[in-house]
Design a protein around this ligand. Structure first.
Ligand code: EPU
Length: 339
């Protein structure tokens, strides 16, 4: 019975980085696998609508949640394979992602240094295949262990079965899989990834090229510090929208009209457009209505000032989507999970 440590009508405000007030009808902190099994196999809770939370850094609550919210807190990082070329580490889902990056930097293992300072937990990483500065989680991920709430069994997804794409995976669309742990293969002979535009710009400006993974992480932290608000100071969930992909033909037409449009080739006939640029051009950068706004240094980030409601953020986001659609004929898709 003690395993089912479930509280009722719990405020989710401390559990989402936008700081939105909403409640969970039922709420449990998951600290062990046994506790998770007990809850998901209990007659009382198994059939309720369910939501898994890591750090709540990519979620927008627009109403109270009527079911069971589980906050994953199972922590721990373990080295499971090591040879002269690489190490495989296993990380429990509730470990903070930045602790994983710091562990890798300490050990001198390369591959995730560009992913420094991404808020959230390791278990949330595969859900949207976290990525930054030219690197994605899928580049080092080996496999993901889940608890399948349909079969009530654990299952391992090798990376080939995770259907990773830009900010997407099989886990994003199949909530029956609860991520328990991930394995990463990290290299002992790091090749620094410095080709991302804002990295090359920063290197040009400072005249200093990073020579090891720690210096890469330091440079990226500096850039993130300038462009992304600290959620402890300003409520936010990072990029609110995904960078949209459009056909090359449409891009060329837009380019004729807007020569400064920012786009990167996504495939032979698709271009990924910087949503931040579109939002800025549509006049929304740094704009504030009531308790909601966009960040002055990065228009893709929505800010929830104290007192902001989920509904107000949603309407603000819809207004942005509407004006970008009107001006550019491009539809912006939210990157955050809207509940
Ligand atoms: N830009 C503007 N105005 C803005 C913002 C951006 O013109 O207000 C243009 C600039 O030209 C800039 C370019 O857009 O050079 C790209 O901006 P940035 O490097 O900040 O990256 P992003 O495309 O806006 C993506 C990720 C971020 C990630 C950065 C760095 C998405 C949705 N977002 O943002 O991820 O940190 O690249 O790799 O793909 C997140 O997912 O929450 C997140 C913060």
């Amino acid at each position: 019975m003690t395993l089912l440590n479930v509280a009722q009508n719990v405020s989710l405000q401390p559990y989402n980085t936008l700081g939105i007030y909403a409640t969970a009808r039922y709420f449990a902190l998951i600290e062990t696998i046994e506790q998770l099994h007990a809850l998901l196999e209990s007659s009382e809770y198994a059939a309720l609508p369910r939501l898994i939370l890591g750090s709540g850094s990519n979620i927008l609550f627009t109403h109270d949640f009527p079911g069971l919210v589980l906050r994953m807190q199972i922590q721990g990082i373990q080295k499971i394979i090591e040879n002269s070329d690489f190490s495989v580490i296993e990380v429990n889902a509730g470990e903070l992602w930045e602790n994983v990056v710091e562990y890798a930097l300490d050990q001198g293992y390369g591959g995730i240094e560009n992913l420094t300072w991404i808020p959230g937990t390791a278990g949330a990483g595969p859900v949207q295949n976290i990525g930054a500065y030219g690197v994605e989680l899928k580049d080092t991920l080996e496999n993901v262990t889940v608890y399948d709430t349909n079969s009530h069994q654990e299952r391992i997804f090798p990376k080939e079965q995770c259907c990773f794409g830009y900010r997407s995976s099989i886990f994003k669309t199949n909530p029956q899989y609860i991520i328990l742990k991930i394995q990463l293969q990290l290299t002992k002979h790091p090749e620094l990834q410095l080709q991302y535009a804002s990295l090359t710009q920063a290197i040009q400006t400072t005249g200093q090229t990073p020579t090891n993974i720690r210096e890469v992480a330091q440079l990226i932290r500096k850039i993130r510090d300038q462009r992304l608000p600290n959620p402890k100071i300003l409520g936010n969930a990072g990029s609110f929208f995904k960078n949209p992909q459009i056909p090359l033909v449409q891009y060329q037409k837009l380019q004729a009209k807007y020569p400064k449009i920012v786009g990167y080739p996504a495939s032979e006939d698709q271009v990924k457009i910087a949503a931040g640029w579109l939002i800025e051009q549509a006049g929304w950068k740094g704009k504030r209505i009531g308790n909601v706004g966009t960040y002055a240094h990065q228009a893709l980030v929505m800010i929830a000032y104290p007192g902001a409601t989920g509904q107000a953020i949603l309407s603000f986001a819809q207004e942005i989507q509407h004006s970008v659609q009107e001006q550019f004929g491009i539809s912006l898709e939210p990157e955050v999970l809207i509940v």
